[in-house]
Design a protein around this ligand. Structure first.
Ligand code: PMP
Length: 344
């Protein structure tokens, strides 16, 4: 009898179908049951694998991408890594225009995945020809057979989550989910997932997490961009200083804002209490859950699903470094409290 080899055809077969894990300790004091969708189980360690694979495969179906084509995007973050991964496996070139603010680690990681990386000055305005937006646009115009992913304005970003993340969560909870809480950056994750979930049950509450320094929450409430809401903050991937077309504001019931400091401490708490080493925005979403609980959002019947978008290893020199935490002033008062606990 022929013996079968149990193997995937490529790393891309492992995208999606991420596990849902019950949180047992960090939520002990809260009413309801809480589950985390572990997006760092994707092979590129983030939810962005889903949109990278989906957008590229859609372009293949439509005949836009052919042998030797080039994929172009403006990000040094998770999307860049996922695009580079999908491109290398499928044999496309990948060009990423990134800001000079990006850490050397991130740039090295993208180059290791075969991407051609253009480092563009961070201090220039978005319409300056040297900005990473403009460089990407120019490279797209100059490169034959290229596509510009433009995740903030690409409807397929929503559709990827509508087709995959939404149905997975519905199945995994056997339709019992009552609340869906997710960080909003491009808005693709929350909009696509919520669109599917609300089609299945319109009563599911959908709550977006935003950063102080971002315009999303205020825009959702007023329909206007308030420039006073915009100021620098540290959490990457959460919130925005413009209105992304990949966000379906109508499907989101409410937004809640979290601080850099609280989110950082909550990320560290997830690791210590649940043994889950997740990224900075996983801290943000759990911080939001705590605040929502204080506001009376949940009761004993609630079945709350949150998204953990990426892995903690991407934040070794940030949230998981005491030195970085101290430099941000996030450890003030914390050391004294820990010391008191030891003395008791
Ligand atoms: N967390 C992290 C770490 C991210 O990189 C992103 C993407 N910007 C998000 C959350 C938010 O996901 P989305 O863009 O789908 O709103």
């Amino acid at each position: 009898m022929e013996k079968k080899i149990h193997a995937c055809n490529s790393i891309l077969d492992l995208i999606g179908n991420t596990p849902l894990v019950k949180l047992n300790h960090i939520t002990r004091e809260l009413e309801g049951d809480f589950y985390a969708k572990m997006e760092f189980f994707n092979p590129g360690h983030s939810a962005k694998d889903r949109i990278a694979a989906f957008i590229i495969e859609e372009a293949e179906r439509k005949g836009i991408l052919k042998e030797g084509s080039t994929i172009i995007e403006t990000t040094s973050g998770n999307t860049g890594f996922s695009l580079a991964m999908v491109a290398i496996v499928k044999g496309y070139k990948c060009i990423l225009a990134v800001s000079s603010k990006s850490s050397q680690d991130k740039i090295d990681m993208l180059r290791c995945m075969g991407a051609q990386v253009y480092v563009c000055p961070a201090h220039v305005s978005a319409d300056d020809p040297r900005s990473y937006y403009e460089v990407a646009k120019r490279l797209h115009q100059e490169t034959e057979n290229s596509i510009y992913i433009n995740q903030y304005f690409n409807e397929l970003n929503i559709e990827a989550h509508y087709r995959t993340t939404g149905p997975e969560i519905w199945e995994q909870t056997s339709g019992q989910i009552t609340h869906f809480v997710a960080c909003s950056g491009t808005g693709g994750t929350i909009s696509g997932t919520a669109r599917y979930l609300k089609e299945m049950n319109p009563k599911i509450r959908v709550i977006g997490v935003d950063a102080y320094g971002s315009v999303l929450k205020k825009y959702h409430e007023t329909g206007k961009v308030d420039k006073n809401e915009i100021y620098p903050y540290r959490i990457e991937g959460l919130g925005k200083n413009l209105i992304p077309e990949a966000t379906d504001f109508e499907i989101i019931d409410t937004f809640i804002k979290v601080t850099d400091r609280d989110s950082a401490h909550t990320a560290r708490e997830i690791a210590k209490k649940e043994g889950i080493f997740a990224g900075y925005t996983s801290g943000a979403v759990m911080q939001a859950v705590k605040q929502l609980s204080d506001l009376g959002e949940f009761d004993s019947e609630s079945k709350v699903v949150v998204v953990f978008p990426d892995h903690g290893s991407r934040y070794m020199s940030k949230v998981y470094s005491d030195k970085w935490m101290e430099a941000q002033g996030f450890m003030e008062g914390v050391k004294e409290q820990e010391q008191k606990k030891v003395e008791v």
